[in-house]
Design a protein around this ligand. Structure first.
Ligand code: ATP
Length: 336
C-alpha cells in the first residue's frame, strides 16, 4: 500500500483533541502515513512562528497537496483576519464540500436527509474589503467574479455527475443583490444549459430556501451557494442531522485539498475531553476517498455507523455520556 504524506494542522480549541482522535482512528484502520504536523492560528504564535498562518505551513500543504486541519479560532470584531479565509484564498481552495446525512442512532426531527452543501470559498463578502467611510459609517464590499462563479458552478455540476446526484439548487438573493448574486446565477445557469442539461437545476431565494429546508430537507440534493450563504446554510443543515459534531467538510482546489469539519474551535468545551471527534473523523474519510484509499474509508465509515446505531459510546452532543477518548477508543476497538 502506498505511504501518504499528509499535513496535520491541530488548530485551536478542540482542534488538537479531534485531530489527534482522527489520526489514531485512520492509523488503526490501516492508513500508511507520515504526518507533517504544523501549526496555524493562535497555536502558531505560541510556538514562535511569524504569524497565524506561517509560510512553512502553507508551503508544506502546497508540497504535499493534502492536509487534515482542526478548527482555528477567529477573533470577533477586530484582531487578525480569519486564518480559514486566508488559507482558502492563498491555496485557491475554491470549493467547500459539506455532505449532510442522517445517521442511524442519532435522533433528530428528520429522517433520510442526504444532501451536500457546495460553497464558493474565495470571494463574496468574505473578501474582507471593509472600509470606514467616515466615523460611524463603514462598508463591506461583496465581490463576485465571473471566473470564480463559473468555477464553482462547474465544480458543483461535475461533482453531481460523479456522485450520481440528480439536482442542484442555488440559494441566492439576486432580487436584492442584482449584480453580485445575479452574476452567480447567470454563471450557474450557463454551465447548466451548456454543459450539464441532464442535471435538474433550480434557484431559490435564500430566505424562502431556509424555510423549505427546515420544513423538508429531503427535497434537497446539492445546494450551491456563494460564500456567506454557504457558511450559514452549512450550520443550519448540520442541525438537521445531529449538529456540528457530525458534519464533515473538504476545501478543494485544482491540486490541493484541505479536509476539516464544519464546526469551529468550540472554546466553551476545549480541553475538557468532551468534544465529538466524529466530524473530524468523517472529514478524514473524505480525505481517504480523495487519496483513493476507498477500502480504508469504507472500514472507518462502517465502524462509526455501527457504533452510532448501537447507541453506546455516544458523545454528549448526541445525548450520550462518552468523552472524546472513550468514543475514539470504541472506534479503534471496532477497527482492529
Ligand atoms: P469559533 O469561534 O471557532 O467558530 P464557536 O464556538 O463560535 O467557535 P463552533 O465551534 O462552531 O463555534 O461551536 C458552536 C457550538 O457547537 C458550541 O456550543 C460548541 O461547543 C458546539 N460544538 C461545535 N463542535 C463540536 C464538537 N465537535 N463536539 C461537540 N460540540 C461541538
Amino acid at each position: 500500500m502506498a505511504k501518504h504524506t499528509i499535513v496535520l494542522i491541530p488548530g485551536d480549541g478542540i482542534g488538537p483533541e479531534v485531530t489527534e482522535a482522527t489520526r489514531q482512528v485512520l492509523e488503526a484502520a490501516g492508513l500508511s502515513v507520515d504526518w507533517v504536523e504544523l501549526p496555524a492560528g493562535t497555536r502558531a504564535i505560541e510556538q514562535g512562528f511569524e504569524n497565524v498562518l506561517p509560510q512553512r505551513t502553507l508551503a508544506a500543504i502546497q508540497a504535499h497537496k493534502v492536509a487534515l486541519k482542526g478548527p482555528v479560532t477567529t477573533p470577533v470584531a477586530g484582531g487578525f483576519t480569519s486564518v480559514n479565509v486566508q488559507l482558502r484564498k492563498r491555496l485557491m481552495l475554491y470549493a467547500a464540500v459539506r455532505p449532510v446525512r442522517s445517521l442511524a442512532g442519532v435522533k433528530t426531527r428528520y429522517e433520510n436527509v442526504d444532501l451536500v452543501v457546495i460553497r464558493e470559498n474565495t470571494e463574496g463578502l468574505y473578501s474582507g474589503i471593509e472600509n470606514e467611510v467616515t466615523p460611524g459609517v463603514v462598508t463591506s464590499l461583496k465581490v463576485a467574479t465571473e471566473t470564480a462563479c463559473t468555477r464553482i458552478a462547474r465544480y458543483a455540476f461535475r461533482y453531481a455527475t460523479r456522485q450520481h446526484r440528480k439536482r442542484i439548487t442555488v440559494f441566492h438573493k439576486a432580487n436584492i443583490m442584482k449584480m453580485t448574486d445575479g452574476l452567480f446565477l447567470k454563471c450557474a445557469r450557463r454551465i447548466y444549459e451548456e454543459e450539464y442539461p441532464n442535471i435538474e437545476y433550480n434557484e431559490l431565494i435564500i430566505d424562502a430556501a431556509c424555510m423549505k429546508m427546515v420544513q423538508d430537507p429531503t427535497q434537497f440534493d446539492i445546494v450551491l451557494c456563494e460564500n456567506l450563504y454557504g457558511d450559514v446554510v452549512s450550520d443550519l443543515c448540520a442541525a438537521l442531522v445531529g449538529g456540528l459534531g457530525v458534519v464533515p467538510g473538504a476545501n478543494i482546489g485544482d491540486d490541493v485539498a484541505v479536509f476539516e469539519a464544519v464546526h469551529g474551535s468550540a472554546p466553551d468545551i476545549a480541553g475538557k475531553g468532551v468534544a465529538n471527534p466524529l466530524a473530524c473523523i468523517m472529514s478524514g474519510v473524505m480525505m481517504l476517498n480523495h487519496l483513493h484509499e476507498e477500502a480504508i474509508a469504507e472500514k472507518v465509515r462502517n465502524a462509526y455507523n455501527s457504533l452510532l446505531a448501537e447507541g453506546k459510546s455516544l458523545t454528549r452532543d448526541l445525548g450520550g455520556t462518552a468523552g472524546t477518548r472513550e468514543f475514539t477508543d470504541a472506534m479503534i476497538r471496532r477497527l482492529k
